[in-house]
Design a protein around this ligand. Structure first.
Ligand code: NAD
Length: 419
């Protein structure tokens, strides 16, 4: 079995030690319900035709229609899609959203395509998966290298196929096409609300609140902006091209402007900032590390370098199970992805609700609703982890597993049928 998926399933086994759960439930959660693999055939601008492997996985829909993003990435594969769909199943359960978990991907480097080719590829994806997705069945969203415009094309293509406007088929759409206010920074904002709520428990309320952020895209930039505005000092940042550190603190907007002009955070040279390697970034003295790039970035080879006391996982799966053990032994508190980055799917849920009711909320209402859910579920996970003295990741999985288990067992398990 693929490493990423077996790593994810090992966390399920760990969580099962802390919850009363029927073996049938565990068996069901070990396999995806439905996965479709296709090749998308797309006409290129030069008249040639190219085909791209693409997938959609609906991992488990016991608690509701499946929900999860679509990724366009050159190294996407079916195991990664399945693992991401598994994580979504648990993420929606942690947050008590009425959804199961799904995910999709196309193996492509989107930067190698023209805008017209990207539109044709996005529409081809929906043509291939139109029978699988739907507002009551499976609701995609953006993920790595997909954005709101792509979601708008996809919703439009689906609406053409079903011959009626159907905005609730997809979330993360542009605002004029039924998107929700607050979706752009929802992932980071959810993580920020979680940190604010647990600030005293995490001993982050003092004066030394230094932060290192790995990855400076949507999640990384917005968490830098929110924490900086709140008085945290951003002492290191990176993107796929390099990393910078600055003990006096970086201004997130100034770094973003330099990145837009120079193509990387390393283009920022103000305030004594200097370029470092990725490992040096991880070893920078700080109170909190925020992985906001891709999966498996913190592994057994570099976990020992980390000086932070708290890790806020905005990326999905950034810490491997081996690295998790190293961090636990060092007493580092890891706020796990399925809780820490769940603000994104929560506001996606709000978008779907607004599309279905045809009535749209203001930004304050979105923020308030997001804050309540992050605080409620964050506190439950924290209390379970503290009371049982288990890592927060195990607590988050156990909390989700309790909900999934109740839903699956409500259909009856062996003891019910045989008495
Ligand atoms: P993005 O494409 O906007 O940004 C990704 C960033 O990571 C880019 O700055 C890229 O240069 C950087 N990066 C890539 N490889 C790197 C490396 N080896 N070292 C350092 N930086 C590297 O993507 P995003 O939407 O910000 O997503 C980031 C992570 O957050 C992903 O794991 C994604 O699944 C997760 N996530 C995103 C959302 C969301 O709403 N955007 C929601 C939940 C989870």
């Amino acid at each position: 079995m693929d490493d990423l998926l077996s790593g994810a399933l090992s966390r399920l086994d760990e969580a099962a030690k802390h919850v009363e759960v029927d073996s049938e439930v565990l068996e069901k959660l070990k396999y995806a319900k439905e996965t479709l693999s296709v090749r998308l055939s797309v006409r290129m601008d030069d008249g040639s035709r190219r085909s791209f492997p693409a997938w959609r996985c609906r991992y488990d829909d016991t608690r509701g229609p499946t929900k999860g993003g679509i990724r366009f990435h050159p190294s996407s594969n079916v195991e990664e899609v399945t693992t991401l769909a598994f994580w979504m199943t648990f993420k929606c359960a942690v947050m008590n959203l009425p959804y199961g978990g799904g995910k999709g991907a196309v193996k492509v480097d989107p930067h190698s395509l023209s805008k017209s080719e990207l539109e044709r590829l996005s529409r081809a994806y929906v043509q291939a998966f139109a029978g699988m997705i739907g507002p009551d069945r499976d609701i995609p969203a953006p993920d790595v290298y997909t954005n709101s415009m792509i979601m708008g094309w996809m919703a439009d293509e689906y609406s053409s196929i079903v011959r009626q406007p159907s905005p609730a088929v997809i979330t993360g759409k542009p605002l004029p096409l039924g998107g929700s206010l607050g979706r752009d920074d929802a992932t980071a904002r959810g993580g920020y609300y979680l940190i604010k709520h647990l600030e005293e428990d995490l001993r982050l309320s003092g004066s030394a609140r230094r932060v290192v952020i790995q990855g400076y895209g949507n999640a990384g930039f917005h968490i830098a902006r929110l924490l900086h505005a709140d008085g945290y000092r951003i002492v290191g940042l990176s993107d796929s091209r390099g990393a910078i550190v600055c003990a006096d603190g970086l201004d997130p907007q100034a770094v973003q402007t330099a990145k837009e002009q120079g193509g990387s955070v390393t283009a920022y040279t103000g305030n004594g900032a200097r370029a470092v390697t990725g490992d040096e970034l991880l070893g920078t003295a700080c109170e909190m590390l925020v992985p906001a790039a891709l999966e498996d970035q913190i592994h057994k080879g570099n976990a020992g370098l980390i000086k932070a006391r708290v890790v806020l996982e905005l990326a999905n799966g950034p810490v491997t199970p081996d690295a998790d053990c190293i961090l636990n032994e060092a007493g580092v508190i890891v706020l796990p992805d399925i809780l820490a980055n769940a603000g994104g799917v929560t506001v996606s849920y709000f978008e779907w609700v607004q599309n279905r009711q045809g009535y749209y909320w203001g930004l304050d209402e979105i923020h308030q609703r997001l804050r309540v859910i992050m605080e409620t579920e964050g506190r439950r996970v924290w209390d379970m982890g503290s009371a049982r003295n288990i890592p927060m990741r195990t607590a988050a999985y156990a909390h989700a597993l309790e909900r999934l288990s109740k839903a699956i067992a409500a259909h009856g398990t062996q003891p019910f049928f045989v008495g």
